[in-house]
Design a protein around this ligand. Structure first.
Ligand code: NIG
Ligand code: FE
Length: 404
């Protein structure tokens, strides 16, 4: 599109949360094509600049499009039975050890075709989009064979082609030990390192590599092998770590320059310091904490004090977080973990983008991509305060209005 035909849009008198903080006074914002080109306080705003702009209205709150940096949206089957079993007293770990949990989703996901998985995932992603998401990370991890993991990643990539959202994919081959490798977890890690990662890298299907470092999944040493294989293929890494116990997976991941360590309820001071030094993001997942009725709090105050950026995500998945509402996570992050509403919002915008390696993403500033949400609320804190669908007035993805 030539310079002259790019659509210019103007918002007046709007409260802006810029991805890191709420700006102190009402603003005028102009986008042109896919970019934000002007951001000025109303009292400095010159009406002469509006010529040729679409009037997008006044008032409300503008935030960057939300960034959900940790999801497992592609899967087959349901785990409602497991939900009931947990209510009757079974723990997430017990269910996993008896072959349920993640492995029951693996069976259903292997049985589903690419087309079926796409149709199952689409309404889940549409729910996130309707709640303001413009960037979403989607993990594999329910295939656990080379072909089935690639199938999941292809579905994730396809979702980003059929819906107005940026999809970032993560290969999570080391999520659980598949039944074929029972008693040979090192053999499975060989498969992940020697076949899965090279195949995903070769086809450009993975933007990062993740692991589940836990007693019911893989050891620190096994996860480190996965990271070395990822590095050999130029792929960034991240980890599900310290979710159910403290194994030291976070510190090891940080030593490998991890983009993020996620869950981290059991993280200790050494892990926090390692994250600080590496510049890794702490991804806080209140949906899994809530669903599993966890009682161990992630070390929020210590992370804050160390200056480790905190992201907030849905962890949307069929087991530990069957919750497909990002703004609910803002509320839970505040009520369960005492994040401030500003911290929670930064966690689902600027810091969420950093956790995905998207430098400068999740921000409202001149030159940034016009991924924007305009909300019918009067202060950014209200987004975390109330859990109320229907407040999204407008959503723009790369400057295109997708919701009005
Ligand atoms: O992020 N912790 C491991 N993996 C997922 C859960 C996946 C599942 O239960 O299906 C998580 O919580
Ligand atoms: Fe997860």
């Amino acid at each position: 599109m030539s310079e002259t035909t790019k659509t210019r849009r103007l918002w007046r008198d709007i409260h802006v949360f810029d991805g890191l903080r709420t700006l102190p006074e009402p603003m005028a914002v102009i986008s042109e094509g896919a970019r934000i080109v002007s951001l000025v306080p109303m009292r400095e705003f010159d009406e002469a600049t509006v010529e040729g702009c679409h009037d997008m209205g006044r008032g409300g709150v503008m935030t960057p499009g939300l960034v959900d940096c940790h999801t497992h949206l592609v899967f087959g089957g349901s785990r409602a039975d497991e939900f009931e079993a947990r209510l009757e007293g079974a723990s997430y770990e017990e269910i996993a050890r008896r072959g349920g949990g993640i492995l029951s989703t693996v069976t259903a996901t292997r049985e589903a075709s690419k087309e079926q998985l796409l149709e199952l995932a689409r309404p889940r992603l549409e729910a996130l989009i309707a709640d303001g998401v413009t960037t979403v990370e989607i993990k594999s991890g329910y295939g656990l064979t080379v072909e089935d993991e690639l199938k999941m990643l292809r579905v994730a990539r396809r979702l980003g082609e059929v819906l107005p959202v940026r999809v970032v994919t993560t290969l999570l081959g080391a999520h659980a030990l598949p039944p074929e490798f029972k008693d040979d977890s090192d053999g499975y890690i060989d498969l992940v390192c020697r076949e899965m990662i090279p195949a995903a890298a070769k086809e450009g299907l993975a933007d990062a590599v993740d692991v589940f470092c836990e007693k019911i999944a893989f050891s620190v040493a096994q996860c480190e092998r996965v990271f070395e294989a990822a590095e050999a293929h130029g792929l960034p890494i991240k980890a599900h770590a310290e979710q159910l116990s403290n194994l030291g997976g976070t510190a090891m991941a940080a030593r490998h320059g991890a983009l993020s360590a996620d869950h981290i309820e059991y993280l200790d001071d050494a892990g926090i310091q390692a994250m600080r030094q590496a510049g890794s993001v702490a991804v806080i997942l209140p949906g899994a904490f809530h669903t599993l009725r966890e009682t161990q709090q992630p070390p929020i105050a210590a992370l804050r004090e160390a200056g480790v950026p905190m992201a907030v995500a849905t962890d949307a998945n069929p087991g530990s977080s069957p919750l497909f509402m990002p703004t609910l996570m803002l509320n839970l992050a505040c009520t369960l973990f005492r994040l401030t509403p500003q911290e929670a919002l930064a966690g689902m915008t600027a810091h969420g983008a950093t956790a995905l390696g998207l430098k400068g993403g999740g921000r409202i500033q001149e030159g940034a991509t016009a991924d924007l949400c305009i909300w019918d609320i009067d202060t950014p804190a209200a987004l975390a305060y109330a859990v109320q669908p229907g407040r999204l007035r407008q959503r723009l993805f790369q400057g295109e209005l997708t919701h009005a």
